[in-house]
Design a protein around this ligand. Sequence first.
Ligand code: FES
Length: 509
Amino acid sequence: MQQIVGVIRQLLGPMAGGRVMPQSLNLSRAARLAGVSRGELQKKIRKGDLSTFEGEVLVSDLLRVYPNVELENNEMIERVALIRELAQPKTDYSDGALPIPPVVRSRLEKLNAILGQTKSALNDAEDLIVETIRRLEAMAADDSIPDRTQLGELARWMKESANAGTQRMDQRARLFAKDAFLRVVAASVKVIPSGHEFFVEGTESILDASLRAGLHLNYGCTGGNCGSCKARVVSGEAWKLRQSDYRISEVEQGMGYLLTCCNTAVTDIVLEASEASSAADLPEQEILAKLDQIETLSGDYVRLRLETPRASRLRFLAGQWARLGFKGGESRKLPIASCPCDGRHLEFLVKKDPDDPFYCGLRRQTGSGDKVAVTGPFGDFVLDDDSSAPLLLIAVDGGIAPIKSLAEHAISIDTVEELYLYWISTMEPGNYLDRLFRSWNDSLDNFHYQCVPGHPGISDIVDRICDDCSRLERVDVRLAGPSGEIDAANRALCRHGVAKERIKIDSVP
Ligand code: FES
């Protein structure tokens, strides 16, 4: 009997460590299976529709709220993937949807073992139930047993419950089938002590996957030379993608240490790793990047794109600034308009001003390939990555640069419930940025964008914005633009009851 209880426990036990299908799932995996964003799940948890235990969602709860889990029902995943694709120019990230063959083989072998165990445990449990019902029925028919009608009742109840259970399992089976499929194409990583989670997909290294997910794990060269990305696998299995010059001692290897830039995940992993949690945790860096593109936007701005060497990406937080210096020209601190998830491709907006020495220096550049000194990052106009509160982003004109970076990062980390972006702009609508934000607005359920032409009477505009946004008492706000306008907007927001400590402002001339 104890053996059978063990089998059933095993059936309901967690899958981590190669055991059978899970009874509870981490938030990332649950969101992926339900085909919704993590922000959407967090909203349900806060409303009490879903409960969590130690950060995990019960499978039964998930199926109650999302009963139609289908492999084909991956609309949200695909949409988020598409938006990330558009938001983040791919560089040396994952170049294919499938992991490398040895990793796929290893994952399939593990799933095969789990399916074998599951099948055998199910057979044992089924035999036990059938035999129990047979014996109960035999006892119910035995005239020598007193009160045998109760035994007959018990046999009937067991039969009915077993049939009902089979029907319930159809729903569970669909979820498990989808879970098994997703486990072959992607492994999940949980970082401790922060609790952050992300998926490793395709041929990505653990480091690249964490950057794509908007996390800030420590790293340096990204090529196995410096050791800055050293972390410890507490549980789970990794696979070495490439050799490294940096040596990890055998003792440390035995303790689970590896380089996240050189390894991928085979199974779900718990990883002990250092992460930057605030602007103060990032070192100031000096990088010689090359000019990739200068593009005139409509209105008063040009877009500047730089590419750093492969081994020297800029580590920064969304919303921070960097100083740019061209040979023979003035240097200038500018907000970074791109996402930290792609530290190799940096984007800036520069105001067209023929009297500005920096702009004149930029115009003298001969073109693609010119060297640019990049120093930074600076500033603390950043998000609270652990907040799932609705996020209200308001940009006035060139303030859209840091706001775009924040929006891209918020989409990457996928924890914000609702994201509202208002761009109060004198630029012609239909420019590249306006089109980009409209495409996000069309693709993401929780992203809402409006371009508000001109900015006379900014307090009136903020009044309208506040009427649009619900639950202002728990909204996080980031405001960027010329100081006069954002100060007025800040005052208007406070009048509407937004708590001062929830507002951060960035003055962008
Ligand atoms: S980042 Fe330098 S070894 Fe991984």
